[in-house]
Write a protein that binds this ligand. Structure first.
Ligand SMILES: [Mg+2]
Length: 272
C-alpha cells in the first residue's frame, strides 16, 4: 500500500465503539478487549453504539461484564434506545406493536410507550431483528399496519455475525414488510447520523476529538463519514480487507488493542 504509514500514539478524547466484531465475536470477548477498554478509559471516554436491538442496555452491560468487558449501561446506545427516543421526541407516548425481541420491547416500555400485541390497533409498528419471527408474527405486524399503524425500523442490517457465519439481521424483517407494501418512515441505527449524534451527546466531547471504531463499512464507517467523524476499521469482524478506493475509513487497526495502543494505519485521512 503506497503512502500508508503506521502512526504511533494517535489517540482521541472520545471513542464510539461498535460491539459485535469490535469487542465481542461469537459470544466471546475478542482477545485483549477488556484490557483495551481499560487503557482507552485512562485518558478518554468510551460509548458503545450498536444496531443490535435484541438486548436492553442493562442486559448488554451484564452480558459484557460476564466476558470481562466493563461498561456502564449509561454509556451504551442501542437502536432500540434510538427507536424509543425517536418516538417519544416526535410523537410523545405511543401505542406500539413490536416485530422484534425482548430488548426492543423493554426499551420501548422503559421510555413510557404502551406495547401492544402484534395485530392490535397501534400508532406504530417498530421492527428490529426478531429471531422468533414467524408467518403469524409477520401477519400480525401487517394487520397492525393495515389498520393504520406507521412503520419504524431500528436498523436495516442485512446480517448479524455468529460463530457459524452471518444470519439474517433486522433487514430481513424490514425486507419482509417492504415485500408486502410497507416502507419504514425512518431507519434509525447506523449509518443514520442521528445514531452518532446520540452517542456524541453521551460523550459530551467535541466531534473533532471523537473517533468511531467499527468492523462494518456500510454502517460504522459510512455513518461516521455522514456524521463528519473520523473512523477506524478493525479486522476482527465483518470487513476483512481495508478498501483502497470508494468508502474508506480514516484509519485501520488490527483490533481494539491496537486502537488502545494508538497503532493506527492511515487509510483515508488525506481523502476527507
Ligand atoms: Mg459490528
Amino acid at each position: 500500500m503506497s503512502g500508508a504509514k503506521v502512526v504511533v500514539d494517535r489517540r482521541y478524547r472520545g471513542y464510539i465503539l461498535d460491539v459485535d466484531g469490535v469487542l465481542v465475536r461469537g459470544g466471546e470477548a475478542i482477545p485483549g478487549a477488556g484490557d483495551a477498554l481499560r487503557r482507552l478509559r485512562e485518558d478518554a471516554d468510551v460509548v458503545l453504539l450498536t444496531n443490535n436491538s435484541t438486548r436492553t442496555r442493562d442486559a448488554l452491560a451484564r452480558n459484557l461484564a460476564a466476558l470481562g468487558l466493563d461498561v456502564a449501561p449509561a454509556k451504551i446506545v442501542t437502536s432500540a434506545v434510538l427507536a424509543a427516543r425517536w418516538l417519544a421526541e416526535r410523537e410523545g407516548i405511543c401505542r406500539v406493536a413490536v416485530l422484534g425481541e425482548e430488548g426492543l420491547v423493554e426499551e420501548l416500555s422503559f421510555a413510557g410507550h404502551e406495547v401492544v400485541a402484534l395485530g392490535a390497533p397501534a400508532g406504530w409498528v417498530v421492527a428490529g431483528m426478531d429471531r422468533s419471527a414467524t408467518y403469524d408474527r409477520l401477519a400480525g405486524a401487517a394487520a397492525s399496519l393495515r389498520s393504520g399503524a406507521r412503520l419504524l425500523a431500528t436498523n436495516d442490517d442485512a446480517t448479524y455475525p455468529t460463530p457459524d457465519g452471518p444470519v439474517p439481521g433486522a433487514g430481513a424483517m424490514i425486507g419482509a414488510l417492504r415485500g408486502i407494501g410497507y416502507r419504514p418512515e425512518a431507519i434509525l441505527g447506523k449509518p443514520n447520523v442521528a445514531a452518532f449524534e446520540a452517542a456524541l451527546c453521551v460523550l459530551g466531547i467535541s466531534p473533532n476529538e471523537v473517533v468511531v471504531v467499527g468492523d462494518r463499512l456500510e454502517t460504522d464507517i459510512a455513518g461516521a463519514r455522514n456524521a463528519g467523524l473520523d473512523s477506524i476499521l478493525v479486522q476482527t469482524g465483518i470487513a476483512r480487507k481495508v478498501p483502497q478506493t470508494g468508502l474508506r475509513p480514516t484509519w485501520s487497526a488490527h483490533d481494539i488493542s491496537a486502537v488502545a495502543d494508538g497503532a493506527l494505519l492511515a487509510v483515508g485521512k488525506g481523502a476527507r
